[in-house]
Design a protein around this ligand. Structure first.
Ligand code: HEC
Length: 154
């Protein structure tokens, strides 16, 4: 029997263009983020941290600057207005230098995140993807829209 490959399945087969992160290493890297970031779903605290930065639960696949109740900088608010969606790749790049990332993408470059990650950006991005809701349950509407399938990385 011939199987029809959907666009989603094809996208999942495509290899990501950047080095894939290591989830276990990423969890260790996250210790450097926890001073300012918590990871918490509606009913579970996955990684208890500070509140200076937005909750990073489900951040991969989420529109930037869209965590409810958090007061973002102008740059991330502009990204939200442009409906920019975080991928593992862009989150890794952002973590290395938030200011530069905002500027390079045409947003106001005054970041409220005063932190630069030297290395391990891909790892922490893979970790954040692994604890997000996308991996646990594939939401039907996400399936229809997503072009970058985090499910492909294990
Ligand atoms: C010193 C505090 C601090 C540390 C440490 C920190 N952040 Fe942040 N982070 C922030 C703040 C504040 C913001 C909001 C930035 C803005 O509005 O410009 C932010 C925003 C973000 C965003 C955008 C979220 C969204 O909703 O669009 C991501 C992604 C992020 N941080 C990832 C990380 C990662 C990964 C690390 C660790 C490698 C980290 N941060 C470490 C304070 C911090």
């Amino acid at each position: 029997m011939k199987t029809l490959l959907t666009a989603t399945a094809l996208a999942a087969l495509a290899l990501p263009a950047f080095a894939e992160g290591d989830v276990e290493k990423g969890e260790k890297v996250f210790k450097r983020c926890k001073a300012c970031h918590t990871i918490a779903s509606e009913d579970e605290v996955i990684f208890k941290g500070g509140k200076t930065g937005p909750n990073l639960y489900g951040v991969i696949g989420r529109v930037a600057g869209s965590q409810e109740g958090f007061k973002y900088s102008k740059g991330l608010t502009e990204a939200a207005e442009a409906e920019f969606v975080w991928t593992e790749e862009t989150l890794a790049a952002y973590s290395v230098d938030p200011k530069a990332w905002l500027g390079d993408n045409g947003y106001d470059p005054k970041s409220k995140m005063s932190f630069k990650l030297k290395k391990g950006g891909e790892d922490v991005a893979a970790y954040l993807a692994s604890v997000g809701p996308v991996m646990e349950e594939a939401a039907p509407e996400a399936e229809a829209e997503t072009t970058e399938e985090p499910a492909a990385s294990e």
